[in-house]
Design a protein around this ligand. Sequence first.
Ligand code: GLA
Length: 345
Amino acid sequence: MTSVSAFGPGRVNLIGEHTDYNGGLSLPFAIDDGVMVTATAIAGDRVEAFAYDFEEQDSFLLADPPRGAEGWRAFVHGMVAELAAAGHAVGPVRLEIAGTLAQGSGLSSSAALEVALGLALLALAGEEDPDRRALARLCSRVENEWVGAQTGLLDQTASLLGTDGHALRIDFATMETTSVPIDLGDWRLVTVDSGETHSLATGGYNERRAECAEAARLLGVATLSEATAEGAASLPDPLRGRVEHVLSENARVDETVSALHAGDLETVGRLLDASHASLRDQYDASTPAVERTVSRLTSLGAAGARMVGGGFGGHILALLPPDIPTPEDAHEVIPGPGARIVTTP
Ligand code: GLA
């Protein structure tokens, strides 16, 4: 029997939110939690899939993955279809899926699933070392066209290209990536669940994306990262705020990179706070549950705290100085290695 397992990590975005689809900058890292997919070649003409976390299963014709499925099934259908359409030799297969990331948590359970499916299916097809940037684009297409979330390339790129101990500075205008060492000493980065899940397919995410496209059209730029402060100021609300967020967030990414290189973690904390304020006030991506969680972490002594990922719920990232104990409901996050094959065929 030919079988292969692949692990796709989730990600934490240190800073640079809602910039990926605006041709801007982000600074994510891969984390230890994620999704494991075991792919086993089977006889016949079908794909059999099992999602252990939900105790659900699925079965469909390899030649005709159905469109319009909900939840995890849409990712499986889309990955099988898009890999085959891109010319990869996907055969009849049994897929076993198990993860340690909650859906809608803002830690990229979706990308972790896509990436693990992609690496496992490709390895089974004899492609153990695929072009990871091309795979990131394929995963993003699945999310856009099969799941209905108009997300950018942040999550898949972080999951596929992340490296141990480093964040990844991504310039989405060029897709150039640079590894940035994360040396926190006795400080910690932690995530705390706001208690509210989000859906990128149905929440405010697609609306923000449409607003950014409209602002770019009005300003005559290809992406909002090419806009100027004067251009932003000329727009009506809420478009003005959307552009101002993108421009200031891009600047904060590079200020964070400089502060990390200088070992100045107080400044990193201040930049996280500024990012959160901009996402809340200019981008309107916060909720009462998110605000309560951020305020709690700040009053406990966090150097900075902000929503991560698409917003509208999900997890909060906080930077804790050495003398501040980790709150009971917080989970320390450490930059880990990117997606990988765990067993070879
Ligand atoms: C989600 C999307 C990403 C990105 C972030 C916001 O995680 O999947 O593409 O847009 O939101 O930065």
